[in-house]
Design a protein around this ligand. Sequence first.
Ligand code: ZN
Length: 489
Amino acid sequence: MLTLYNSLTRFKQPFKPIHEGHVGMYVCGPTVYGDAHLGHARPAITFDILFRYLRHLGYKVRYVRNITDVGHLEHDADSGEDKIAKKARLEQLEPMEVVQFYLNRYHHDMEALNVLPPSIEPHASGHIIEQIEYIKKILDAGYAYESCGSVYFDVEKYNRDHNYGKLSGRNIEDMLSTTRALDGQEEKRNPLDFALWKKAAPEHIMHWPSPWSEGFPGWHLECSTMGQKYLGEKFDIHGGGLDLLFPHHECEIAQSVAAQGHETVNYWVHNNMITIEGKKMGKSYNNFITLEQFFNGDHPLLEKAYSPMVIRFFILQAQYRSTVDFSNAALQAAEKALQKITDSYRRLQNLKASEKSSIEMPDFAEACKEAMDDDLNTPQVIAQLFEACKIINSASDGSVSLSAEDIGKLKDLFKVYLFDILGMKIADEGENAGAAKAFEGAVDLLMEIRGNAKAAKDWTTSDLIRDKLAALGFNIKDTKNGVEWSVNK
Ligand code: ZN
């Protein structure tokens, strides 16, 4: 049975959905004012794995991943201006042009990483009416107040009746002692109060009418509102990066309890962060590497380009709750490891079955299932695949023999765990499968001609084929199962 670590209860819990056979999952998506970087890849891949595994277990999953496009999330540190609005002003674009531009690029990167699209991808800007209605409910319940055209959540009052800090384990006194004075704080009763609605300054170009002012909703509100709209007042899983646990998810809980009288989410799931050579990613460290830069190698910190599948594999080599540290060495190790799996997978396709196996093959599929059930332990799944590769390699060099049934089991193992669940693609599995197959067929044909030439002692022809292919970067190896070839990177 699948167990998931729940950030709310702080232990691994058996997963039981609210409605049998169905799972509702909400994941905080990207803010679209710039290119996706390595930090975006991890939550996208983590929840893609959960999505894929839940579907593999037979659940019908409604996966909602929002697009934060109102731009209120991060204000430019110098001007205090909304980042999407600033980009739009500087580039003389409509704000929605900026959003669409980066959203297209985000989708492109996600597709390259083989991240499946969610079931619904709602935009915050498309749900202003629902957010206003949600604020009214919180106001009616007495947990918010209007001040100078803005509406704030009353954290102190809420904490008297409920528990503000239950997700993050913080308490309000500690938070108060560490809170710095913030811009606009004078409008608030308490520095911990957060905005549900902000009155827009005259130069603010993204604003909407509301009962309180011409303005825009607070960031935490969009996820409470859209989660409830598409998944109901109670749903199974809410995910996101660990950096969102506080204040974003803490505020979401407070909002839903205030508006509905009860919590919305059963399992809070958070992926840990990626550091770059031990440092947090950030503009000040100059270590912000976009996914596109990883794919083309165009960044001073990168020794070379890394393919999307290497990035994906690198991330999956760690369990999602542990930290991952990027370095060129670590990525190159991941690339090598992936190449080994790819080579063994290719050998598997050419294995010839024996009457019976000379070894007893372990139940790899069962071990992989146990690993996935244990809070998505992807490194353990990869370890099992490597064990399977060892057997494939031994079968390929003739030191063990495998029955047709065992070869079939290995093929299923790769199909289910490497491709369907880990979501890895290897060169001849993707969209260029046709061209890759033709290419492989042509090289195999050359190998056959070389083999015939050797048999006929026509050394001129066989050497010509070997030398010319070697010059083109091919590796040719004679094995017991025939000729094996690969292309040098
Ligand atoms: Zn969110």
